[in-house]
Design a protein around this ligand. Structure first.
Ligand code: ASP
Length: 439
């Protein structure tokens, strides 16, 4: 294994992020809206490279989740394992989200962002969206058309279909084994595609960050400094405090290894602002770098990317307090409890794509009778916060995956503790599934 190779990819990505951000800020300061640089660089080259990078990650999500989960389900010893794992994973995901929003609310109430904020000259129109009723969430779990579920990337439906498919493979005996062999081989091939795309990440990340900073600018952040800093602090506390403590308590693992190995998925999540698009990298990291068995990771990672949005819930908590303060509306303890509940549920319904958390904030604000127009105040700086909270969302998915795997005896400690395990560039033939041997 070559540590230098791995370090060099991660380093390249970090340098690309920094370089992209610096270029973006410069472009934002010095390029005129109608200028050639705006047309050919910001809305030309950077846009194209960034979009292609995100698209190539998204391209991998559905094939990877489906193929990997089918293999994962078939390798479980019995179906009660799957049931137990589902209950544990959902419970952990909900618990971490509730903890996240409680931290965010407490910090926001203590700091009081938005007090003395002059709303008059900043408000613009914002019309909210209705949240889907909870009944629909259950009904929509089962795809009436699995191809459509895959075409639209409906993760929960794909998970349900893959689980059934995997169970059927086991039930089909000898015939099923042929199909399984194919799926296990496909899994290896698709993982290789992910690795190829990861190697191109520095270019994609550079373009994404340069364009984001070129179009957003940082001057917007200043008037909302208190909101921005409170949320950033809350996210940091959760990522660097709550997760390590939970990991230690529930699995006894050393959290430093996890945090170090989070660099790749966290930088991908940060640059793309989409935990959905980051699934391939998260899955690869959890399996190859953290030693979580495919039977757990193939289930917990896509599920987490879909229903576990701790960072998003935190934004909703801080934003609620901020908007209440701006409009001078007092919230009672009952309101805060309502926010915790709604934001936890809203985070489940939040699609893993950029900016959706803000739309779901409507639901939280409605619940406690706050003006939805308040969202217009924070929308300008949401992209940067979205990038940060997406990195937190993904860290949560990895932490819970490790906890569940450890509990199920499906975590390879040697891999988890090895800082160099599963590096992209050194990766040659280390497979999620062993090479088939002829029977
Ligand atoms: N961008 C977030 C994610 O994909 C969702 C959100 O907070 O808007 O995890």
């Amino acid at each position: 294994m070559s540590e230098t190779n791995q370090t060099s990819l991660t380093m390249k990505i970090l340098i690309a992020m920094l370089g992209g951000a610096v270029l973006g800020v410069l472009l934002n300061l010095f390029v005129s809206e109608e200028g050639l640089l705006q047309i050919y660089l910001i809305d030309g080259l950077l846009l194209v490279v960034g979009k292609i990078f995100v698209a190539s990650l998204k391209m991998m999500v559905v094939p990877l989740v489906f193929v990997s989960l089918v293999g994962g389900v078939t390798s479980l010893s019995d179906m009660s394992t799957l049931g137990r794992m589902s209950v544990k994973a959902i419970a952990f995901y909900l618990f971490t989200t509730a903890a996240a929003i409680t931290i965010a609310l407490s910090l926001a109430v203590a700091v009081g962002p938005g007090e003395g904020f002059d709303v008059a000259d900043k408000a613009v129109e914002f019309t909210g969206k209705e949240a889907p009723p909870l009944t629909d969430v259950f009904i929509n779990l089962v795809p009436s058309n699995p191809i459509e579920a895959m075409a639209t990337g409906n993760m929960l439906q794909i998970i349900v279909f893959a689980i059934l498919f995997g169970i059927a493979i086991t039930l089909a005996g000898e015939r099923g084994k042929h199909v399984l062999r194919l799926f296990n081989d496909l899994d290896v091939v698709i993982m290789k595609m992910v690795e190829v795309i990861m190697k191109l990440a520095p270019y994609g990340v550079f373009a994404l960050l340069a364009r984001t900073f070129a179009t957003q600018g940082i001057d917007l952040i200043l008037p909302l400094g208190a909101y921005f800093l409170t949320l950033t602090a809350a996210l940091a506390i959760h990522a660097l405090g709550t997760y390590p403590v939970l990991l230690r308590i529930f699995s006894g693992l050393n959290p430093l290894h996890l945090l170090r190995k989070m660099r790749d998925p966290a930088t991908f999540a940060f640059s793309t602002a989409s935990s959905g698009a980051t699934i391939p990298v998260t899955m690869r990291t959890v399996e190859k770098r953290m030693g979580v068995d495919n039977s757990v990771a193939s289930f917990t990672v896509p599920l987490g990317a879909t229903i576990n949005m701790d960072g998003t819930a935190m934004m909703q908590g801080v934003a609620t307090v901020f908007i209440a303060n701006v409009y001078g509306i007092d919230l009672g303890i009952g309101d805060y409890l309502m926010v915790v509940m709604t934001a936890t549920l809203a985070s489940i319904g939040t699609a893993a794509v950029p900016g959706v958390g803000l739309v779901m904030l409507t639901m939280v604000l409605n619940q406690v009778g706050l003006p939805v127009e308040g969202i217009a105040l924070i929308i300008g700086i949401d992209r940067l916060l979205d990038m940060m909270r997406t990195a937190v969302n993904v860290t949560g998915d990895c932490t819970v995956s490790c906890i569940i795997a450890k509990g199920e005896g499906a975590l390879d400690l040697a891999v988890y503790n090895d800082p160099d395990a599963g590096s992209v560039e050194a990766s040659t033939g280390d497979l999620a599934h062993p090479e088939p041997t002829e029977a």
